[in-house]
Ligand binder design. Sequence first.
Ligand code: NG1
Ligand code: ZN
Length: 528
Amino acid sequence: MSQEAIVTASGAYPKPAQIFQYGTAGFRMKADLLPSVVFRVGLLAALRSRYKGGQVIGVMITASHNPPADNGVKLIDPLGEMLESSWEAYGTALANAESDQAVYEYYTQLEQKFNIREGVVPQVIYGSDTRESSPALVQALKDALDAVGVKSQGFGYVTTPQLHYIVRCLNTQGTDHAYGEPTLEGYYKKLSTAFNQLMNNRSNGTVTVDCANGVGGPALRELQKHINNSIEVVVTNDDTETFSKLNSHSGADYVKTNQRLPPSVSAKPLARYASLDGDADRIVYYYVDKNSIFHLLDGDKIATLSASFIGDLVHHAGITDFSIGVVQTAYANGSSTAYIEKQGLPTVCTPTGVKHLHHAALAYDCGVYFEANGHGTVLFSSSALQRIFEHAPESPAQASALTHLKNITELINQTVGDALSDLLLVEVILAHKDWTPDLWDACYTDLPNKLEKAEVADRNMYKTTDAERKLTHPAGLQDQIDALVGKYEQARSFVRPSGTENVVRVYAEAATKTEADELAQKVKALLK
Ligand code: NG1
Ligand code: ZN
């Protein structure tokens, strides 16, 4: 690739005096710091595609639930997974290269390291969320892709999981494991066809969905056109024109963190509500009871609901020796873990970040993974899918369960957590069980909990072990946390550095809300 083309194009995107790091969700920060990063991520995507023999790589420009002034960028690997972790460091190094010449040199170093030859045409697709800063960042990306001769295609405003879906479809077209039509229309058709069949002759009233004024709003409206009238979806907080409204007093993160309704929602008792985040890869449900008390149905509740429903379908379809496991993080409510184990299902705890959960979920025929914040999905292994699709039912009841199970595998976006797919999944399960939200909630009672964040001088000083549930550094701090935890009933607390913000997070759980709050405050005070 011509040195001049890269150096000249890079010259339009000078690097600010800043250290960048490809974190859990790619690069994420104030949007005005990002043009050079996005340009360089474009180069990395081109290399990744060439390294993968010309398979399509995705680039998503989004900062998810972060405030409107932020933005971010992350890569999607060929099967719709997050970028393989070993490549994150190359992204970090490219982003930190101090000059245009250094960018070019590092690019050629990577070509040599991976023995990447000329001749393979790299392919990259991209999309963004609805932030004001997104179009300019998309331009920076396109300039990089053009500079190194990438065959590229933009999909405009898309949810993060839609782009993951299209990447996988493009790379599996014409194979035995083709994933679907590689278009947005194909995405809506795939989800809605499965949903409509699963809801056949059922109806389930109304669900009101707060879209955080992000890209999930227009996407949900589009999805709505494809689904039958078995449910009524009321779309709220879908103003994507007023940039300042994104994630503001709305959305999954607001509801989960504050454990309360978005101020714009006046909830009717026992009606269903859900909130998406800014790029529609997270969803949480909630309702108010007859006494107007708010109840959150978070990612843990979605995981337990899905795992038990799928387990029942497998059983009723007459499929045996089928493993189902639930993957969680340290943030999973202690009651959810106890509930899953009581159902006889294995649970695994991994570090935060869906790539870890996704990886652990691959160990099962069906791996259900959700972060408590509502980011998650369900994976079926290829051998499990084969068994499901080849299974011969022995009775009409088995045939019916099997049909539902097949449709469930189509309804779920298996590339990554997808709020729209998860919304339809929950709606289907509640309709099949004939459950109101309080019945779902009654499976187990969450232990009161509190999530806090603390500004610290250097979050890299905080090192963890045991799936982030214990600190190894700074020395002695874990003993102090343990001593505090020992003073409360049913208590648990841990501290870990955030992978997406320059803060350290503190989580505490205890028998009462007052104790959970108090424990969180006391642990936070240790960090001063
Ligand atoms: P960090 O900032 O590492 O805690 C947050 C979420 C993760 C995950 C990532 C990516 C919490 C406590 N943490 O990570 O679960 O979703 O963002 O978006 O919710
Ligand atoms: Zn998100």
